[in-house]
Design a protein around this ligand. Structure first.
Ligand code: EPZ
Length: 440
């Protein structure tokens, strides 16, 4: 039993986001970063693992959960709405779905965060029914959920789309195992179907499945809850359905995207950063290309040490791809780095159709970036100039913060609530390493 499980704190009330729409970050650029940054648990693993708690009546205890993130708070709000009992303390979380009161994920909560679609598979598998609002498009692209729906239909579910909601019901006797071949690699669809299949009758094979470390972490949690899963981390995952799952204690893996973001910050500002509780092995594609650009990184026990030895980084080309390729969630940050590199680099985005919204903002700071279709040519300039900029999504926001750290003069990043969705204590973490950054 975890420390949290022994505590008697009350159920977590629905949480309101702390960052208002008008909050800003001000940065005075030009300071080297030196020091240590603790890396948080992975948002994109924790969000899904929280949904796995719906698969059992027992309690699920999480360690290393990034509880202060807005997206995690939105997921707590949704699960609490369904009747899940949730308690948090520091980076521990306990969830218990013994007595759910609703099987509906309402629009008002789902629209805040697409990760809420991940309640669909677990609810349907355990209760035979679920009603989940369609998440709709978002700033980085249309992001449909057709693969989630089609996969569940192949497992025998009846699905109707009415008034913006997905109404799903399982056949008599429950979902059936199926062989599902994804026409396109999808992180969310792989996770939703893996959770649904854990309680289905018979064997499910997910072919052309996503292989992200967050999916492996979710799968390991399901296995410790009693699920029978083979092939995690490969493109073919086989799940033998079981009668029931039980409680477990599970540790959320370190956030590789947060890690990559601070590695890039060290590359841009110079200095030496020690990233604590971080894992380079989940960042092969980034590490290889950054070494080519001239950055030095090494794993030192549970930490990563990053340093560029005073040299100017060189322009290199990247293309985003499903794992183990270069992650789309680091594309904006990498582009910010290329703006000051020696020579040019080409950035090609293949996952989302509209993920270059940071480009005009970086150009306003003096960058030289030209977009053509899904590629951008970034020609390195000698310096960026501080400016007032506006962010439209989480990773674009942090790319602008990185640019602000190296720009001459003052940069103001507006709408920082995007940042608070995915970066725990970013202002404190950067300030502790010397950055002149504050929330205003
Ligand atoms: C996850 O989104 C992450 N979100 C994203 O991180 C990340 O960018 C993305 O995976 C890719 O790595 C969470 O884990 C909460 P997908 P997800 O299904 O699961 C298309 C961040 O910044 N598609 O792998 O929604 C889709 O439109 C966020 O933390 C369909 O066509 O991504 C996209 O083009 C942003 N039909 C591609 O597949 C579907 O049914 C990959 O999407 C599902 C997806």
């Amino acid at each position: 039993m975890t420390a949290l499980a022994k505590q008697t704190t009350d159920q977590q009330p629905p949480v309101k986001p702390s960052g208002g729409a008008l909050d800003k970050i001000k940065i005075i650029g030009g300071v080297e970063l030196n020091g240590s940054i603790p890396i948080s648990g992975a948002k994109n693993a924790a969000l899904k693992i929280m949904c796995a708690s719906l698969l059992t009546k027992d309690a699920l205890h999480l360690e290393n959960s990034p509880n202060s993130l807005r997206d995690i708070k939105s997921q707590i709000e949704l699960l609490t709405h369904l009747g899940c009992q949730i308690r948090t303390h520091d980076n521990l979380m306990s969830l218990c779905a013994a007595n759910l009161t609703s099987l509906t994920a309402p629009y008002d909560i789902v629209r805040k965060m697409r990760g809420s679609i991940l309640v669909l598979g677990p609810l349907l598998a355990r209760f035979g029914e679920a009603k989940v609002s369609l998440p709709g498009g978002c700033a980085i692209g249309t992001r449909p959920v057709d693969l989630h729906i089609k996969g569940l239909e192949e497992m025998g579910a009846q699905i109707k789309l009415e008034e913006g909601y997905i109404h799903a019901s399982a056949p008599e006797g429950g979902l059936r195992g199926a062989k599902i071949l994804f026409p396109k690699v999808s992180v969310g669809a792989t996770e939703n179907l893996m959770m649904a299949a854990a309680l289905a009758n018979g064997t499910t094979v997910l072919a052309n499945a996503a292989r992200e470390p967050e999916i492996v972490n979710l799968g390991e949690c399901l296995i410790s809850m009693g699920a029978n899963i083979q092939g995690l981390g490969t493109d073919t995952i086989t799940i033998e359905g079981v009668e029931a799952l039980h409680g477990a204690t599970h540790r959320v893996l370190p956030d590789r995207i947060e890690t990559g973001t601070y590695i890039i910050a060290a590359g841009m500002t110079g200095g030496t950063l020690r990233l604590q509780n971080a894992d380079l092995s989940s960042l092969h594609a980034l590490v290889g290309i950054l070494e080519e650009a001239g950055l030095h990184m090494e794993q030192d026990g549970d930490d990563i040490i990053v340093n560029r030895n005073g040299l100017r980084l060189k322009g290199v080309d990247i293309m985003t791809e499903p794992y183990p390729g270069f992650p789309t969630d680091l594309q904006a940050q990498f582009m910010a780095m290329l703006t000051l590199a020696e020579g040019a680099g080409m950035v090609t985005e293949t996952i989302f159709e509209n993920r270059f919204m940071h480009v005009p903002e970086l150009n306003r700071m003096g960058a030289d970036i030209a977009v053509q279709g899904n590629s951008a040519i970034v020609r390195g300039v000698q310096s960026l100039k501080g400016a007032e900029v506006m962010a439209t999504d989480l990773r674009a926001s942090v790319a602008l913060v990185l640019a602000g750290l190296v720009a001459e003069g003052e940069t103001t990043v507006n709408r920082i609530y995007h940042l608070e969705r995915g970066y725990e204590n970013i202002v404190d973490k950067l300030s502790a390493c010397g950055a002149k950054i504050q929330k205003v």
